[in-house]
Design a protein around this ligand. Structure first.
Ligand SMILES: [Zn+2]
Length: 104
């Protein structure tokens, strides 16, 4: 958990999360996620799970619009393009299922 001082209420800390899993049959799989925190705690988190069955990951193309969307909802701006990016990889449903966003 990143440390903030009381004067840092407008600061966010970004952490890249990574998971790796080695299967005897399928080989190694990788998964990427993130945690975004502010002075009050975790704002949003996508826990990566690498596994040949039931794993999920976030692609870099999805990460940026996702983060901008989360920040936009908190700060009153709008970013388009997220919906298109969510269709890649695991698909929209799987990503939103594993994304935890705290209430503003
Ligand atoms: Zn496997």
């Amino acid at each position: 958990m990143p440390k903030f001082t009381n004067t840092e209420s407008s600061k966010y800390a970004f952490e890249h999360l990574h998971d790796e899993y080695e299967c005897d049959v399928c080989g190694v799989s990788y998964s990427e996620g993130f945690r975004l925190s502010d002075v009050r705690g975790v704002v949003a988190e996508f826990e990566p799970v690498a596994h040949c069955l039931g794993g999920h990951t976030l692609y870099s193309e999805q990460l940026l619009p996702l983060i901008l969307d989360i920040l936009g909802k908190r700060h009153g701006f709008e970013v388009t393009g997220l919906e298109d990016e969510l269709e890649h990889g695991n698909g929209r449903q799987a990503i939103l299922e594993h994304l935890k966003v705290s209430d503003v």
